[in-house]
Ligand binder design. Sequence first.
Ligand SMILES: [Zn+2]
Length: 386
Amino acid sequence: MATTDTGSSQSSSPNKIDVFWHEGMLNHDTGKGVFDTGMDPGFLEVLEKHPENSDRVKNMVSILKKGPISPHISWNHGRPALITELHSFHTPEYINELVEADKEGGKILCAGTFLNPGSWDAALLAAGTTLSSMKHLLDGHGNVAYALVRPPGHHAQPSQADGYCFLNNAGLAVRLALDSGCKKVVVIDIDVHYGNGTAEGFYSSNKVFTISLHMNHGSWGPSHPQSGSIDELGEGEGYGYNLNIPLPNGTGDNGYVYAFNELVVPSIHKFEPDMIVLVIGQDSSAFDPNGRQCLTMEGYREIGRIVHGLAMRHSDGRLLIVQEGGYHVTYSAYCLHATLEGVLNLPLPILEDHVAYYPEDETFSVKVIEAIKDYVKDKMPLWRTD
Ligand SMILES: [Zn+2]
């Protein structure tokens, strides 16, 4: 079992979630164009906002303030990270590149990833707010903290930006946990894209077990050289401590729960973490413009419940949740609400799903998950029985 917390940790289910937020993160303006390209081809009458826009996060704030879950939410102020704090995950050269790009008025760092005026301050707020959320848990002030942050972070690698991300918010929080005495941290990433940046940051470590469930999108260029495939298992001491679970398009609620029960949960039971970080993206939902995984509120709720159980068993209930993608402007907020209902282990749903209607068929996903299980069982030290 995990080490005992020194603070207010309880053995009962959490009755509140400490949300960390700062409205300065709304000032990251990603512009308009054809989806996330920033491009105006000249022949369209109506362009759209970049998918990673402030509207999506305004609705997440709003649903937690006004939705049925609001009595369970406690609000806390975020803060900007110090430059020196960023060096625990990122190289000084990369941070200098970002600082210089900001001074020069902005830069396109890679496809879809626009550092515009105001973006750097927002990125520092996202990183600092996530660090404050983790510190809150480490100091024993609460058991469940949620860093409601943007720009997102899980694609940001130690030395480069990628996929709308500049600073790896979750990765910085994991470093803080390790530097503060945590022995083993697990990161469970359910954003629809591979959490390549976080995996890369801890690829050689057996103290951080990175798990990512994502669509099978592969590498998408020099900013994202990792493939997210099952054979990226880590290296050196970290071999076997990166678990990639690429899932077929349309996997849905039942397929995700199957992947959790067959792969994620048993691996974490073996790993015995003393801190759990749940990296959430509502872009795994059935209606997201950026993914095809077809989760609904019920799937998110069940994942929240499963992770709640893991935290109760291994980390004295301590759980940090970090916001990543999720681009459907209304349904993302609903899926966030459902996830947090699950994390609170509420006995019944308190917000109805007015939107979900796709039929589910997890048959193929189950076969894929069984194949992944067969593969990793031979390779991962955690699965060995000796
Ligand atoms: Zn994503």
